[in-house]
Ligand binder design. Structure first.
Ligand SMILES: [Zn+2]
Length: 102
């Protein structure tokens, strides 16, 4: 969960936005909902496919301000609940990302 939260905060995540940034078009840029470019903010606060899991986010920040969700302790706690419930930012296989060797 820590890795996914960190990926979400930094943007180094399994998203179309990141694949575009690292020039990996074969991985696809579009979201499962049909939006042509899947971004971090889209997954967190905009994707209709994940709406059913956003209750913890709305409880903390009814306006779903990304800076509040990812920039405050309470926002991060709400975001973790959303990540757990939704599976957002998982590797497309549905598995957790492997830890990176340091
Ligand atoms: Zn979407």
């Amino acid at each position: 969960m820590f890795a996914r939260l960190l990926q979400c905060r930094t943007g180094h995540a399994f998203t179309g936005e990141y694949y575009r940034a690292i020039n990996k078009p074969e991985r696809g840029y579009a979201c499962t909902c049909g939006v042509p470019l899947q971004t971090r903010d889209h997954l967190l606060v905009g994707c209709p496919d994940l709406e059913q899991h956003r209750a913890p986010l709305y409880a903390f920040a009814p306006q779903l301000v990304v800076a509040d969700l990812l920039g405050t302790k309470e926002g991060l706690q709400a975001t973790v609940k959303f990540l757990k419930a939704s599976g957002a930012f998982l590797k497309p296989t549905g598995e957790e990302a492997a830890p990176v060797d340091v």
